[in-house]
Design a protein around this ligand. Sequence first.
Ligand SMILES: [Zn+2]
Ligand SMILES: [Zn+2]
Length: 290
Amino acid sequence: MSDRDHGQCLTDETLTEYLEGGLEPAVKAASEVHLISCDECRNQLAFFMRVLQPDVTLEEANSVKAIAAQWGKKTDNRAMPQRKLMFPRLLVALASVAAVLVISVMLVWIVRERAAEPKSASEVVQLLLTQNRPFESRMAGEPHRPIIRTRGSESPGVSYSLLAGEMTRLSANSHEMGRFYLLQKDFGRAIPYLEIAEREVGAGAAVHNDLGVAYLESGNAAQLEKAGSEFLHALQEDKSFAAAAFNLALFYERTNAGAQAEAQWKRYLELDANSDWATEAWGRLQGLSH
Ligand SMILES: [Zn+2]
Ligand SMILES: [Zn+2]
């Protein structure tokens, strides 16, 4: 989940639509004004640029940040609080910054059209995984991010509805489509895709692992038991597949098999003693023995 305040901030849908050029002129203008003043939204916009178009160099994506930095200097000099944005003079300044911003966005867009080099669907999934950690359990190839504990009920999944078309355009296979929906916690869509992928000849450890994650996190008791078998399938394919070893320990915890969980965390730490995932495994192992 992002930390942005969606009362005022732009939703992911608005940002991606902005990039796709699908916003009403008035909404577009309002979005641009907001983008100038909000670091979070600008960062998110830069993120979507990378997702929609990984060919953009970091430098190009940073052009948005450079504009922001200039703007920051201006506001510092004048020590002008944001409340006073209504002042006509400042509005003029805002409008010119907005124009530069739009031009830079357009440039990036043109580069994308020119380059027209399709990146892979798995790269899109990978980029999304660098943005948020959907579960305690671990998808194949997922980079470590700390778990953000939210108060109250389980946080809802992030929705990347506009990227679904992109996945199709990139001819994502069943495994990638399953992962795409899984990271959004859309189990109803993820599980059928992953089950198809699992039945395919040559399904590897990653497929079994990800199907296991879907079963484990779906919140459906009937699916839960199947999660354990999937992590075992993954480990049969590749006994050093760390994600599955990690998830199997979590599975034992969730099924109240304390002794097995403890043994499995120890096995995990034999596979991986140094990563951030190992630190987390260590913490869980400590937690079990108290
Ligand atoms: Zn914002
Ligand atoms: Zn399997």
